[in-house]
Design a protein around this ligand. Structure first.
Ligand code: ADP
Length: 265
């Protein structure tokens, strides 16, 4: 019996791409996350929902140590494993971690360069020098982000000439060009109109075939449309984490029900 439990536990560990255990996080003296436990399975889409300031972006930015760039910000308790490695251990190089755990931001942020160069930037830093190989990588990433047909005849033009929705898909192409294992998305559609949003959501669902995705969203319909699992945060705590259908149809906690039914937030 005990053996069976151990086997189940080790299988679960092996199949979690991200595993957060008992994490507290502080900005200086101010605690932003308390006692977070969370497991993200491979090639699933997990949505983080909850009112502003409840810690969703902070936790997301923990996964690729983006918070290291904020003075005084740190994990004060607990561990975060990405594919089995504790990301704060000395063997983990944060730059390499950020290649494995890519990020797409709320506001698209293409570089002031051509469409081609935006996608080629990461692979070039990773050491790709051959032009033919680079052309292949750029084409694959742009196809993967459903942008290729719209830009294939203007790859040398400035990325700033693209529409807002196209720029966001270019940023997704840039993130996937280095073949990350995980793509983090922090409200990727909040600056987009409904048509561009629908395209990006369709793309997110496509990307699940190859990548594990964690998405912060304020839009609960978006969480129901794109995610497999949903985590509801409130005041720095993870209140409830379950299959998205269960969170939205049958929440177990009162706070979750109040939030999804629009009673606060
Ligand atoms: P959410 O993504 O849910 O809106 P955040 O993770 O951005 O929440 O913020 C969680 C808490 O941490 C908030 O109280 C916020 O004010 C604080 N916080 C976020 N970023 C910083 C920062 N760079 N410095 C200090 N406090 C911050």
């Amino acid at each position: 019996m005990h053996d069976t439990i151990q086997t189940q536990e080790s299988t679960e560990k092996a199949t979690s791409v991200i595993e957060v255990d008992g994490v507290d996080f502080c900005y200086g003296d101010s605690m932003a996350l308390k006692g977070i436990d969370l497991k993200v399975p491979p090639r699933e889409i997990v949505a983080f929902i909850g009112p502003s300031g409840c810690g969703k972006s902070t936790l997301l930015r923990c996964f690729n140590r983006m918070n290291d760039l904020v003075p005084g910000a740190r994990v004060t308790k607990g561990t975060i494993h990405v594919n089995g490695s504790e990301i704060h251990s000395p063997e983990v190089d944060p730059v390499e971690l950020r290649r494995r755990v890519g990020m797409v931001f709320q506001k698209s942020n293409p570089f002031p360069r051509s469409i081609y160069e935006n996608v080629a930037y990461g692979p070039r830093i990773s050491g790709v020098v051959d032009k033919g190989e680079m052309d292949g990588i750029v084409e694959k990433a742009l196809k993967g982000s459903a942008l290729w047909d719209e830009v294939k005849d203007r790859l040398d033009e400035s990325a700033f000439g693209l529409s807002g929705g196209q720029q966001q898909r270019l940023c997704i192409a840039r993130a996937i060009a280095v073949r990350p294992e995980i793509v983090l998305m922090d409200e990727p559609c909040s600056a987009l109109d409904p048509i561009a949003t629908a395209k990006v959501e369709e793309l997110i669902l496509e990307l699940r075939r190859e990548f594990t995705i964690v998405i912060v969203t304020h839009n609960m319909q978006q969480a129901t449309r794109v995610s497999d699992k949903t985590a509801f945060f409130y005041l720095g705590e993870l209140v409830e984490y379950d299959q998205t259908s269960a969170i939205f149809s049958n929440p177990k906690r009162r706070e979750t029900e109040d939030y999804i039914s629009g009673r606060f937030g």
